[in-house]
Design a binder for this molecule. Structure first.
Ligand SMILES: [Zn+2]
Length: 498
């Protein structure tokens, strides 16, 4: 076997193990009984060890390095695969094993420490773990590249090619243009739709409506399915097996609807990737940011549009005649686009959401660069949220302790949420020039939008970088102005024109 064949064989084997791990993880997140966790943990650790060995054994590393030496002679897809493989190996092998294991233990322990701290509103009990997590992440980033700024390295882990340079430009634009605009919208007179939104909606009937939405968005049911879970997520092994979940709350019907549409966005992306990448590491969406751009596109631009409710309110009314008495499409359009200053990121609306991310970016950046310490964190958090949204947490559970990410070692992840939404506005700007998007939504032809996205973006899987995709689709590098324009246009029309 030559080098390329050996590489191919190895990847194929890794993918087979990963397939097994994924099926187990779907089961554990949806169907598995509570007590199955013990035995599952044992089995998972055995299989994971095999995968780790296959990826990081001296032979596997040698193989990747040898291919990397002759990278220019490889075809495009193989080049991309070898670069990706080399990068993930280099991220691990420079870390001393004792530190790697100590970090794994720290992350494992920190989950419970954080959960308790959040429950008891006790930041002090979590502070030391948090400091260590930031220290380790910084150290590991420097092991990978001693000459790069460690936060740049961490940002690149979650969104290939993105550094502080791009994010600073992005968040500075939001600070300058969006913060004052949000204040204007928050101060505007608004009708309350709380009665409709928080009415009692039978969960079985909500399931019927979410099932209907699955067809509206042209999800391929022969290659996927929908279930429920506590935290909605999308799961896939290949474009032929893509599953997602939504979350049902009896007194908040919008939760299941928009979680379903959001996850459908992720799921349609995965279903439309070319199957040629199945046995490669180029399968799956290319990055966190691009993935989120797809889920947010369907959730906000499609699902929260007036046209969407013009077409689908009749079905909603048919299922919930009592709760929707006297409600028309415009009411529904307002009800799904309520703007409110809130303390909790995951409950934030489309307009205020990016400000929650901006705050986390500011803090991560300062923490990694040693400009602030964990002791100052709660105060800085509260000051910033007050500066951006005009409200202040009364305790740390609704402030610095609210998210799981940092306790899980995910530093550099948050910015991709806002970035993805901004990508979606830039892509939408191009799409509008080629498709009559509003008309397609109104005529229930979302499948045409799916087809456009498949040709322009989805089919490539991870064979292109986020930057390459954005440039190919929009003929421009990332530009936050489209996002700001989109938000201003939409919310001016909704709340600032008499
Ligand atoms: Zn998402």
């Amino acid at each position: 076997m030559n080098l390329e064949q050996q590489f191919r064989e190895n990847i194929k084997k890794v993918k087979a193990y990963i397939y097994v791990l994924q099926v187990i993880s779907w089961d554990s997140n949806t169907e598995a009984p509570r007590n199955s966790f013990r035995r599952r943990g044992e089995v998972l650790s055995e299989i994971s060890k095999e995968v780790f060995l296959l990826q990081t054994s001296p032979e596997a590393i040698k193989l990747v390095n040898e291919l990397y030496e002759k990278i220019d002679s490889l075809d495009d897809h193989l080049q991309r695969e070898v670069r990706k493989a080399k990068k993930s190996i280099d991220k691990i092998i420079n870390i001393p094993q004792s530190e790697y294991l100590a970090y794994q233990r720290l992350i494992n322990d920190s989950q419970l420490v954080w959960e308790d701290a959040k429950k008891n509103n006790d930041y002090l009990s979590f502070k030391d773990n948090l400091a260590k997590i930031f220290e380790y992440n910084k150290k590991f980033a420097l092991y990978y590249d001693a000459n790069a700024n460690p936060y740049d390295t961490l940002l690149d882990d979650y969104e290939e090619g993105m550094t502080r340079k791009e994010y600073d430009l992005f968040f500075n634009a939001l600070k300058k243009d969006l913060v004052p605009f949000v204040k204007e919208v928050l101060a505007a007179d608004k009708k309350s739709y709380a009665k409709l939104i928080n009415d009692k909606f039978d969960i079985k009937k909500q399931e019927v409506f979410c099932d209907y939405l699955t067809d509206v968005l042209s999800f391929n049911r022969n290659s996927g399915l929908m279930k429920k879970s506590v935290h909605p997520f999308t799961w896939n092994t290949s474009p032929e097996d893509v599953r997602f979940t939504t979350k049902y709350l009896e007194n908040y019907v919008l939760s299941s609807i928009f979680a379903a549409i959001h996850e459908l966005g992720h799921a349609i992306y995965e279903q439309q990737i070319s199957t040629e990448f199945d046995d490669t590491i180029l399968n799956g969406g290319t990055s966190m940011g691009i993935h989120e751009s797809q889920s947010r596109f369907y959730e906000n631009i499609v699902g929260r549009s007036y046209e969407f409710w013009e077409t689908h309110l009749p079905k909603f009314k048919e299922i919930f005649p009592e709760q929707t008495k006297g409600i028309d499409a415009l009411d529904m359009h307002y009800a799904v686009n309520q703007v409110e200053a809130s303390l909790i990121r995951i409950e934030a609306d489309e307009l205020t959401y990016p400000l929650h991310i901006m705050l986390r970016y500011d803090i991560e950046r300062m923490m990694i660069n040693g400009e602030i310490t964990v002791d100052e964190l709660p105060q800085i958090w509260n000051d910033k949220i007050e500066e951006y949204l005009g409200i202040r947490p009364t305790n740390d559970s609704e402030g610095v302790l609210q998210d799981v990410h940092w306790s899980g070692g995910m530093i550099g992840y948050f910015p991709t949420y806002a970035l993805g939404t901004a990508y979606s506005a830039q892509i939408f700007n191009t799409m509008k020039k080629e498709l009559d998007v509003e008309k397609l939504i109104k005529e229930n032809k979302i499948v045409k939008i799916n087809e456009w996205l498949k040709e322009k973006l989805h089919k490539y899987g991870s064979s292109k970088t986020p930057k390459e995709l954005l440039l190919m689709i929009t003929k421009e590098e990332f530009n936050p102005k489209y996002y700001i324009e989109y938000l201003k246009e939409k919310y001016t029309k909704l709340y600032l024109t008499k």
